[in-house]
Design a protein around this ligand. Structure first.
Ligand code: G3P
Length: 207
């Protein structure tokens, strides 16, 4: 897990309104739609809760999630290939990922498909790293590390599988989804600690 390399804030920046940043904002805009589709699919469950009916809306929610995660890959690639990397993008991109993945985790816990403790540990790390980024912004921008990117890939893959009505397709895929989510949990915690060291380094280097 290599630590992220803190970067001093860029003086000369590409225009803020560029295709990579627009895709990031689109990803944020897809979050309410994704949650709405999951709610449309849900029905009254045991003990007054709600549970998935695994109907068409669930497929639609899984589709919106897939589209949003594809924009994550595309905006990163575009930003690097066309020199569109901005400080705004470095901060907004991880936030967009966290909103989408956070919404997915909370919804799966509400639907009793993911233990709340998994959701809480991941959300605590994501919130902590976001706050840390804001706190150290006066020293420079702390971009996503390679470990952080791996964490997002594992979280997205686990969530994407869990969002598909796997019980209907093949039960064993539920186990695969669960273990990917456990791997995501471990990488989430380890990279969270790694960012703390990165922030300390960034502060030391710019003092
Ligand atoms: O580990 P973080 O918090 O920097 O997030 C990583 C991003 O989601 C990668 O796109």
């Amino acid at each position: 897990m290599s630590p992220s390399t803190p970067e001093p804030a860029n003086a000369a920046q590409p225009p803020l309104l560029n295709i990579a940043n627009v895709l990031t904002m689109l990803r944020i805009a897809l979050v309410p739609l994704f949650v709405w589709f999951l709610l449309l699919d849900a029905d009254g469950g045991a003990a007054g809760g709600i549970e998935a009916t695994n109907g068409g809306w669930r497929w639609a929610a899984a589709g919106v999630f897939a589209v949003a995660m594809i924009t994550d890959k595309i905006d990163g690639d575009l930003a690097r290939a066309r020199n569109l990397v901005t400080d705004f993008g470095k901060i907004a991109d991880p936030i967009a990922d966290k909103l989408l993945i956070g919404a997915g985790l909370v919804m799966l816990s509400i639907l009793s498909e993911l233990p709340w403790w998994v959701t809480i540990v991941i959300l605590a790390r994501e919130l902590g790293v976001t706050v840390l980024r804001m706190v150290v912004i006066r020293y420079g921008v702390m971009p996503a590390s390679r470990g952080g990117k791996l964490k997002t890939v594992l979280q997205s893959a686990g969530l994407q599988l869990m969002l598909l009505p796997l019980v209907v397709i093949a039960g064993w895929l539920s186990d695969v989804a669960f273990w990917i989510m456990m791997a995501a949990l471990v990488v989430t915690v380890v990279t969270g600690i790694d960012y703390v060291f990165s922030a300390i380094r960034l502060r030391r280097e710019t003092r």
